[in-house]
Design a protein. Structure first.
Length: 292
């Protein structure tokens, strides 16, 4: 079905359509049809959910943007719920690098909730994808949002909870993701802040803590930095060290010196420059490929 509502093309796909995402079909109660505005082909991409509370802090907002940007730069579609707070920041982060983002609504695709997000909703319609299981014209209802959360997690290989209070709907998404056999990651926060209570509890209960953005990429089997990007930034010896680390993983300085056949003073200087460029980092005497 294709229809028009206020100048926007509204499409519909059923569970039998070739465009229907295979990953979503794996969940127990997948929707039999989806309505959409935007690029339906985005459902064929690898997806990651980035979610969190509506009420959040500057730390949470900035991290949501940063995580979404890095995922989008790696050609991963960022999935969220278009709610105010973390969801909005996740969508904005992906859009800021001309990346892919998918908004899953708890109302019809032609309805904007919250009203304040009309601008970013239009931007997603033009450059991403807006989807819902509810027929066009359906108004938001409180019970719709826990239902739509199963679609957010169901589309996604991983769910990243950036910042969540103890009663946040993001915790429902994380729980659904775990039930669906997907990876759940959470960003640690101050233990004396109510803004982080839910996300910290997820970590206590077994969610993977996000110590750096590279952790999110690692869960998806993605390098923190692509080879093409490294080749633009690195000189000859730097590239040799990068190749050694890619091949062998974390290494001590002595091991790198041995592989290169160069003295420690020389290699230390090169590694220091690579750290300044953000390509590698060191910890506990080991050198690692760059953090995100």
């Amino acid at each position: 079905m294709n229809g028009k509502k206020m100048g926007q093309e509204i499409g519909r796909i059923s569970a039998g359509s070739p465009d229907y995402p295979a990953l979503l079909k794996e969940i127990r109660d997948f929707p039999q049809e989806l309505f959409y505005i935007g690029d339906i082909k985005l459902l064929r991409k690898r997806c990651a959910a980035v979610v969190g509370s509506r009420n959040t802090t500057q730390y949470g907002r900035s991290m949501a943007v940063a995580i979404a940007k890095r995922l989008a730069e790696r050609d991963v579609a960022v999935v969220s719920g278009l709610a105010r707070g973390i969801d909005t920041c996740a969508h904005r982060g992906a859009l800021s690098v001309a990346g892919s983002t998918i908004a899953v609504l708890g109302c019809g695709v032609d309805v904007c909730y919250p009203k304040e997000n009309e601008g970013i909703k239009r931007e997603i319609e033009e450059n991403g994808l807006v989807i819902s299981e509810y027929v066009p014209g359906t108004k938001p209802q409180r019970y719709h949002f826990p239902q739509r959360n199963r679609i957010i997690s169901g589309l996604s290989e991983i769910t990243v909870v950036v910042q969540a209070r103890n009663n946040s709907g993001a915790l429902i998404t994380a729980e659904l993701s775990a039930e669906q056999g997907r990876e759940v990651c959470a960003l640690p926060g101050n233990i004396d802040s109510a803004y982080n209570l839910g996300s910290n509890k997820l970590i206590k209960d077994g969610a993977r803590p996000i110590v750096s953005i590279a952790d999110v990429l690692e869960v998806m089997g993605l390098d923190a930095i692509e080879r093409k990007e490294a080749e633009k930034l690195l000189g000859g010896t730097e590239m040799k060290i990068f190749n050694i680390l890619q091949q062998h993983g974390e290494m001590g300085m002595d091991e790198i010196c041995q592989k290169l056949g160069k003295p420690p003073a020389y290699v230390t200087g090169i590694v220091t420059i690579m750290e300044l460029k953000g390509i590698v980092f060191s910890s506990l005497g080991k050198i690692f490929i760059a953090k995100g």
